[in-house]
Design a binder for this molecule. Structure first.
Ligand code: ZN
Length: 163
């Protein structure tokens, strides 16, 4: 492959990543507006968003109300299958063990995440869960637009403290 073509393809790939992560950030903002910890997620199939969700744990009082978990539930409904092997997920924060487990169980192809979560992230922060030899390997790519994700989280917690 010529170098120019390689660069063009890389930049198209990056544009795609930003586009979908921006959609996930939009979801995160919706969570903030509902006084939820602002995390958002979208599931992508054949370059199209098939499911969007944001954190709803407080409003719904469900422990699995994390953005990426809810987005995957919507995606399996849309796909009429629990197998999401041709789907990719974009989430604004590093997944927790529950959501990472759901990604492995649903055979998600790849997860793109934003800011690292030092307290419960299992892609790299607490452990490298996705690197363990499970029956399904989820590809990961972190720190996509992580500054934007972090900004939304920081301003949310800042507002909470000011109350
Ligand atoms: Zn989670």
């Amino acid at each position: 492959m010529s170098q120019d073509l390689d660069i063009t393809m890389k930049s198209q790939e990056n544009q795609k990543k930003y586009k979908f992560m921006k959609a996930a950030l939009k979801e995160a903002q919706k969570a903030a507006d509902k006084e939820e910890v602002p995390v958002g997620a979208v599931v992508v199939y054949q370059d199209k968003i098939i499911a969007r969700a944001h954190n709803m744990r407080e409003n719904k009082q469900i422990f699995h109300g994390h953005a990426e978990f809810l987005a995957m539930m919507k995606a399996q409904k849309k796909m009429k299958s629990w197998r999401l092997e041709d789907c990719e997920i974009y989430v604004t924060m590093e997944p927790c063990p529950m959501c990472a487990g759901a990604m492995i169980q649903s055979r998600i192809k790849k997860v793109y995440y934003g800011v690292a979560d030092k307290k419960s992230g299992v892609a790299t922060s607490i452990c490298h869960l996705f690197d363990l030899p499970f029956n399904h390997k989820v590809e990961t790519e972190g720190l996509i637009m992580h500054k934007e994700s972090e900004k939304i989280l920081k301003s949310f917690f800042q507002k909470l403290r000011e109350r």
